[in-house]
Structures are given as C-alpha cells and as structure tokens.
Design a protein around this ligand. Structure first.
Ligand code: NAD
Ligand code: DAU
Length: 352
C-alpha cells in the first residue's frame, strides 16, 4: 500500500489525477490537501469522496503544523505537488499570493517531507519521492521554430511563471544539496473536465453556450501546445514510478494551435452539434495580456524514450470529449460560476 500526499487535488489537474490513480490502482491511498481557494472545488471529487482509499484535508501547503500532522498520521511515500495559484492574468494583478503559495508553500512541503523521510544524513526512506508539477511557461516564449527541451534555460516572463521557476530551482537545489529524491515535470497547456472557466477553453465553451462575448487577446495568433489532461496524469504516474531521481521531464503532445483556431473550433463544434444560432460574430478582440508569451512548444522526446510515455488522446478527440463534458455537466459550471460549490463544501465538511 503506497500513500500519496496530493496537494491541490480539488483543482483541475489534481482532481483528474486523483480520479486517474484511484481507477488504475486499488493498493494506494491518496491524502488530498487543498486550501480550497476559488479554484478548488470538492464537487470535482464527489465520485470518489467516500472511497476508503481517499481522504481530504482542508489546509494550506504553507501551514507547517497542518502539513506535519499529515506526515505524522500517514506513512507518506510520495508527495505530488499540484497546489498553486495557476492563472497568469491573476498573477499580473496580484503577484504576492503567487510567491507565497507557489514558492514558499513548495519550500514548506520540501522541508517537512525531508524531515519525515530522513533516515540518516542525506539518506531517505526507501522509494519515497517528491514530484513537483511544473509548467512549460518557466522556459519563456519561443519564436516560430524550435521546442522547449529540459536543457532550455529558464526565462519566465509573468509573475506566475517566475514563481513556478523559483519553486523548480529550489526543488532541484534540494536534490543537489541534500540528495533529496525529486522529479520535476513541465507540461504544456492542459484541457479537459473540471477546468475553472477563467482559462481559455472552458471560458470559450461557457461563453459560446451562453451567447456571451468571446474575448481574444491581441491578434489571437499566440500559440499554445494543448494536451488532454488524462495524458498529463499518465505522465505524472510514470515519472513517479520510473523517473530517474533529480531529473526534469517535459510533457507535451505536439498539438500547437493559435488561440483563434481554438476559439473557432469550439464555436464550430457547438454550432454544428448543439446550437445552430451561434457564430463567429461572438468573437471580440480585446487588449493584449501584458508580457504575453508568443508561442509554447514542448519537445517530449525524453519522457517518450526513457519512460515510454506517449499521449493517447488526439486534439480532435479531446476537444470533442471536453465540450461534451461541459455540456453534460451544466450544473457543475453553474455552481462554479455562482460560487455554489462553497456552499457544497460547508454542507459536506462544516465551516472552517
Ligand atoms: P488550479 O488552479 O485548477 O488548481 C489549483 C489547486 O490548488 C486548487 O484546488 C486550489 O484550491 C489549490 N491551492 C491553491 N493554493 C493553495 C495552497 N496555498 N495550499 C493548498 N492548496 C492550494 O490549477 P491546475 O490548472 O489544476 O494546475 C495544477 C498544477 O499544474 C499547478 O502547479 C500548475 O502550475 C501546473 N500546470 C498547470 C497546467 C495547466 O494547463 N492548467 C499546465 C502545466 C502545469
Ligand atoms: O502552459 C501551461 C500553462 O497553461 C499553465 O502553467 C497555467 O497554469 C495555465 O493557466 C496555462 O496558462 P496560459 O496563460 O497559457 O492559459 P490561459 O488559458 O490563461 O490562456 C491561453 C491562451 O489564450 C493565452 O495565449 C492567452 C489567451 N486568452 C486567454 C483567456 C483567458 C485569450 O485570448 N482570451 C482569454 O479570455
């Protein structure tokens, strides 16, 4: 029985990861620690919330006592650190919380895991690992050609990506200084179920369904490299099990699209299958994001060669599945956008 401490498991990727892992393994236990910020939603986990292989702890990763208490109570084998402030636009308005959660929170988790896992000087409990879930944004922005490799120098541009790069460097420093067992994954843009509708794909789906404006930043020609969230979860599982200690693994599936292509794909799908009255007239070009990175593109060769990872869901299939999921889960979207999930939390777990 392996025990996983998953942080930020009530968010988009964390909740998908918990579903993925509990479906795949019956001999694991997952402790999900989440602060339940605006982005954390326990409704994402209703299907497994009563599983005996799952426990939720409402806490901040910066809280030393609360995190130590989890290590005292559970014999943790792996930390998978998803918890973060994750939205670039919010980081431009309020950078401080990004440094607090993304950097200080990560350092707190590292220190506590290191204390509890130490069995000697720079020796740790057998098989334990700290996996830092990072992002391709730490590499900065690409021109028209080339890809981000693990050896690409870090060159973040937003307060969000700078905070993630800062955390990555501390995680790597714990390996170099203390031989502390770590891996870092750097994934491209994810899409799929349970994504908070401030991010491009769920925002555009929701707004199209409601005939609201579709805000496209700048000229819409910025490029992102999209990966279906389950393929990211599969990669994280593989890195936990077989990643070489101290290594970084880039994760991406060569699915580059301009933002305007994404927006038009969503409109066309909804027009064809759901509501023939929607059209591209909903598109509104708006002021560009400050410091807007032009292009992201991952070279996933290392994880493919070393660990045998490859994505299973093509963009064409993934985007249809995603639109259908939001269509079939309108109540989820309504709850998220109206703040009802906070009421849900109070009902399930009481005031805190
Ligand atoms: P998200 O914003 O949907 O979820 C973040 C979760 O962390 C929420 O449940 C939130 O309540 C929780 N959280 C925030 N601050 C916390 C704190 N101080 N203590 C405990 N919990 C806290 O984010 P996401 O899109 O699921 O991203 C998860 C991770 O993956 C992040 O580290 C992000 O940098 C990384 N990542 C995201 C993408 C993407 O496309 N979304 C791509 C690559 C990497
Ligand atoms: O690359 C991985 C990163 O992807 C993650 O590390 C981040 O946590 C995640 O939020 C995401 O960052 P982006 O900034 O790429 O995602 P976002 O959905 O905010 O924007 C995607 C692109 O769409 C980007 O070029 C900005 C643009 N955009 C976004 C919004 C919200 C618009 O044109 N209009 C919008 O309304």
């Amino acid at each position: 029985m392996k025990n996983y401490l998953v942080t930020g498991g009530a968010g988009f990727i964390g909740s998908n990861f918990i579903h993925y892992m509990l479906k795949k393994y019956s001999d694991i236990k997952i402790i999900n620690v989440d602060k339940l910020t605006y982005a954390g939603n326990l409704e994402n986990l209703t299907a497994i919330e009563n599983s005996e292989n799952y426990e939720f702890v409402h806490a901040d990763i910066c809280d030393k006592d609360a995190i130590s208490a989890i290590f005292e109570k559970h014999n943790i084998d792996y930390v998978v650190n998803f918890a973060a402030e994750s939205h670039v636009d919010r980081s431009i308005k309020s950078p401080e919380i990004f440094i607090e959660t993304n950097v200080e929170g990560t350092v707190n988790l590292l220190n506590i895991a290191k204390t509890f896992w130490a069995t000697g000087d720079d020796v740790y409990k057998e098989g334990c690992k700290f996996l830092q879930v990072s992002t391709d944004e730490v590499y900065g922005s690409l021109g028209q050609t080339g890809y981000f490799m693990e050896t690409t120098p870090l060159n973040p541009h937003s307060p969000y990506s700078a905070s993630k790069a800062g955390a990555d460097m501390v995680v790597k420093a714990y390996f170099d200084t203390f031989k502390f067992p770590i891996n870092i994954t750097r994934c491209s843009n994810n899409y799929g179920p349970y994504q908070f509708p401030e991010k491009l794909i769920p925002l555009i789906i929701n707004n199209t369904l409601n005939h609201n404006d579709l805000p496209v930043y700048g000229d819409g020609m910025n490029i992102r490299d999209w990966l279906y969230v389950e393929d990211h979860c599969k990669a994280i599982d593989m890195v936990i099990n077989n990643g070489k200690l101290g290594e970084v693994y880039n994760v991406g599936g060569h699915n580059e699209r301009t933002n305007i292509t994404i927006v038009k794909t969503i409109i066309n799908h909804i027009k064809e299958h759901v509501d023939s009255s929607v059209s591209e007239t909903l598109i509104k070009y708006v002021k560009d994001r400050k410091g807007h990175d032009k292009r992201y593109g991952i070279d996933p060769e290392k994880i493919r060669k070393e660990l045998g990872w490859s994505p299973e869901t093509t963009f064409e299939v993934g985007i249809k599945k995603t639109i259908d999921w939001y269509l079939n889960n309108k109540a989820w979207m309504e709850n998220v956008t109206s703040g009802q999930y906070k009421e849900y939390y109070k009902k399930m777990y009481g005031e805190k």
